[in-house]
Ligand binder design. Structure first.
Ligand code: ATP
Ligand code: MG
Length: 561
């Protein structure tokens, strides 16, 4: 678990108030929670909130948190997802210790409990086709109607259910339903489905089963088997709570867990739903679950977002009872806050323009000292090479500068970071009339970046030498969707941001970056935080921009550019 213990306890919130009250009243003597992902996709940042809450609460009360795979739908689940989820929970900084469970471990017991309900006259086998069953459930304004199969005898139900299990019927031919109340105000109590037929191999139980329990029939009972005290889930399960309680009340379960709901995390300009993220992957809108544009933990990690920044973000969002949309600016802020303190500074030129210093001797140049992180003295310094031919950022030069442009222009003097003052004397153009080289002179007395006569310059530019720089590819990211709340009802395509990735292939970075690591984001001075992509090769590094230094995207949206 994260070493920053205080990090977990901050912002108490209503869940902790409930637990405090339960402990004070003696309703519970320990706190046991669980994080119950369905292994049908990779975890996203919404899950990080649930993980932080469940593991954080358990840690804070000296209890335990289980990782339980809710693997009840074999047609959508895969071992790849199980492995990825374990990896991501660990990466986020949490540990389930020996408490790794699978709902599928309980299939035998759940089956027995289904027969228990049948024997008690509280469950029946229904032969209605799915569509008819749906119509007969009624609506929020109209009560449902009883199925003609509702009054089957116990022995008939037992016989049919056993034959369902034995594989006698095709998919969808029959289901097992709880017998509760077709007129209940809560739709979940209108004889909900408990078991369905699915002739599908399961990643863990293979072909042992061809009937599988529904979420509702598996979840609360799994909680009870594991001795979970507080079953924390997101708000959409609020309407399922009466059914959760009904099943616990009507089954011989070994403990009585209680369900509480909290608001899901919704993040602007993206979609936190495995179903939608699966579509993005399957249809090739992204390169995979770990595409750096994805809101998945794997994607965020590849983009260079540290786990601590995600924990800081979900803590800042807090646990509320009402749903809301969180601005991505808040996530970016949390990332910058963390990286500003930890990331080493480097120089990299994204879109290079050549700069030649006429009065600086050609040859090996000289070594200068650069600070690794002004926020952290312990990060020390490094040597960088200066020379007579450099790259600067194309954006940092204008031949005919408008009023508020303070960077390099003909006749103007600027500082080259850690090096000297230079003055632009002339430009070289290509046949198309574009500036391809800027010719300067330097003032040797300004070595280190200050003029002995006290004269000032308006700008400090970053640079690399043409002789020592390493060519690199740099990927800049913008949100995957064009609107804060994508309306995916009419399909994904119309909502996707065509400019979600910009690939720069001509970039030049300082030689120290050849030794960068994918797990240690760096700050490219004046450009943002970047992280080496795992697909880099030593002679061709690829860097992903984790986040810019300032919020330029949402500003551009507001200004309509
Ligand atoms: P998705 O719609 O992305 O598939 P899910 O709720 O179906 O999400 P599960 O694998 O069932 O995914 O989720 C495991 C746990 O994570 C659940 O308890 C769920 O409440 C929680 N969770 C999922 N998404 C969010 C979110 N956006 N914010 C907070 N908690 C979430
Ligand atoms: Mg789910």
């Amino acid at each position: 678990m994260p070493s920053e213990a205080s990090e977990v306890g901050a912002g108490r919130g209503f869940i902790r108030d409930i637990i405090d009250a339960d402990l004070a009243a003696g309703r519970n003597t320990e706190v046991v929670t669980r994080f119950p992902p369905e292994p049908n996709g990779y975890l996203h940042i919404g899950h990080a909130k649930a993980i932080w809450l469940n593991f954080g609460v358990a840690q804070e009360y000296g209890g335990r948190c289980h990782l339980r795979f809710d693997d009840t739908n074999p047609t959508k689940e895969a071992q790849e997802y199980i492995d990825a989820i374990k990896r991501d929970v660990h990466w986020l900084g949490f540990d389930w210790g020996p408490h790794l469970y699978y709902a599928s471990d309980y299939f035998d017991r759940l089956y027995d409990w289904a027969e228990h309900l049948i024997r008690a006259g509280k469950a029946y086998v229904d032969d209605l086709p799915v569509e008819e069953m749906r119509v007969m459930r009624g609506s929020l304004t109209e009560p449902g109607r009883n199925s003609p199969y509702r009054d089957r005898t116990v022995s008939e139900n037992l016989d049919l259910f056993r034959r369902m299990r034995a594989g006698e019927f095709p998919n969808g031919a029959r289901v097992l339903r709880a017998k509760i109340d077709m007129a209940a105000g809560n739709m979940n109590l209108r004889d909900p489905v408990l078991y369905r037929i699915m002739h599908a191999a399961h990643p863990r139980t293979g072909t042992t089963w061809c009937i599988y329990p529904t979420y509702d029939f598996a979840h609360g009972q799994s909680d009870a088997i594991e001795g979970v005290t507080h079953s924390l889930c997101s708000l959409e399960f609020e309407d399922h709570r009466p059914l959760y309680d009904w099943l616990i009340d009507n089954l011989p379960v070994p403990s009585r867990p209680k369900q509480y709901e909290f608001a899901r995390l919704n993040l602007g300009y993206t979609v936190l739903s495995k179903r939608v993220l699966t579509q993005l992957v399957l249809h090739g809108h992204v390169t995979g679950w770990d595409d750096p544009r994805m809101p998945t933990l794997a994607g965020l990690r590849r983009r260079g977002v540290p786990a601590a920044a995600i924990r800081g973000f979900v803590r800042r969002v807090g646990i509320a009872r009402a749903n809301s949309l969180v601005d991505i600016g808040m996530l970016d802020y949390s990332i910058r806050e963390f990286l500003n303190k930890t990331a080493q500074r480097r120089m990299a030129v994204l879109r290079p323009l050549k700069l030649r210093i006429d009065n600086y001797p050609a040859g090996p140049g000289e070594e200068l000292i650069a600070v690794n992180n002004p926020e952290d003295v312990a990060a020390g310094t490094r040597r960088i090479r200066f020379g007579h031919e450099l790259y600067i950022e194309r954006d940092d030069f204008m031949e005919h500068p408008p009023k508020k442009f303070y960077r390099l222009a003909p006749g103007r003097e600027v500082r080259l970071r850690y090096a000297y003052f230079v003055t632009c004397r002339e430009v070289v153009k290509n046949a198309a009339g574009e500036v391809v080289e800027v010719i300067c002179t330097y003032d040797p007395a300004t070595r280190g970046g200050n003029a002995p006569d006290g004269r000032k310059v308006q700008a400090t530019l970053h640079w690399v030498t043409t002789a020592h720089a390493v060519p690199a590819e740099i990927r800049l990211f913008n949100p995957l969707f064009t609107r804060p709340e994508p309306d995916i009802g009419g399909g994904l395509i119309g909502e996707l941001n065509a400019m979600s990735i910009e690939t720069l292939t001509e970039s030049q970075v300082e030689p120290a970056l050849a030794a960068a690591s994918p797990s240690e984001p760096v700050q490219f001075e004046r450009q943002g935080y970047f992280c080496l992509d795992p697909l880099s090769t030593p002679d061709r590094p690829i860097f992903n921009r984790t986040v810019g230094l300032r919020d330029s995207w949402t500003k551009a949206q507001v200004m309509g550019t």
